[in-house]
Design a protein around this ligand. Structure first.
Ligand code: FE2
Ligand code: FE2
Length: 231
């Protein structure tokens, strides 16, 4: 039994959006993802997919992409990415009902892996696009969602946490953020995130050990499309 993570599949079986505009390593990335997953993840393993699953603009346009994920071995837990238009934040329970037994959606809840609670939210960071007011609103909302996830796990008796974000925990000019502080507050063992893809972005946030927590970037191209073992 093992826990893996990888993010930013950016599938487009229905809407056909090529990814090699983001760099030559993205050429044939779906084939690479499938091949490496089949070599790595077993049926008894758990994998967290850290968002940006599909380019589809609604659930219908994402169904083939989600089916591709469903058919991969192992238990699959999905986090929301900024491109996951099929996932209305208010309708996570509906997704969990619809995909019961096939996919699990992590938002305002948590999932157990052995004696760890897997907690998380999409997160957010300043990429220079928002007014200060808008930025504060988006950060606060994600901070609240993350706390709901931690508190749900805590109320269920969990004391060991792995924290997942889609966005990096800090923006490129920050050393810490409300997300890193919350990871420290609850004593998360690891913080796992993606979103930073393309070579120029790999160093945007924290990687390695910082304040006693291990930070891992798991964007699929950074991992050369091989799921990363977390536990
Ligand atoms: Fe992405
Ligand atoms: Fe993203």
């Amino acid at each position: 039994m093992a826990l893996y993570a990888i993010g930013d599949f950016h599938l487009s079986f229905t809407v056909h959006k090529p990814m090699d505009v983001f760099g030559k390593e993205w050429k044939d990335h779906v084939r690479k993802l499938r091949r490496n997953w089949l070599r790595t993840v077993r049926d008894t393993d758990t994998a967290v997919l850290t968002g940006d699953h599909s380019w589809g603009r609604n659930l219908e346009e994402c169904l083939e992409d989600l089916e591709f994920i469903e058919e991969l071995p192992g238990r699959k837990i999905l986090l929301r990415g900024n491109h996951d238009m099929f996932w209305d934040a208010k309708k996570t329970e509906k997704l969990n009902e619809r995909f019961a037994g096939r996919l699990e959606f992590l938002q305002n809840n948590f999932y157990a892996y052995e004696d760890y609670a897997l907690v998380g939210t999409k997160g957010y960071c300043d990429e220079g696009r928002d007014s200060l007011e808008q930025l504060e609103k988006l950060l606060t909302r994600e901070e609240q969602r993350l706390r709901i996830s931690f508190e749900a796990a805590k109320a269920a008796g969990y004391r060991k946490y792995i924290m997942f974000l889609h966005y990096p925990p800090t923006s490129i000019y920050e050393e810490e953020s409300r997300f890193t502080r919350m990871a420290e507050e609850y004593g998360a063992k690891k913080v796992v995130y993606s979103h930073c893809h393309g070579r120029r972005r790999y160093g945007d946030s924290i990687r390695g050990n910082w304040h006693g927590i291990e930070y891992r970037l798991v964007s699929s191209d950074y991992l050369r499309f091989v799921p990363d073992r977390i536990l």
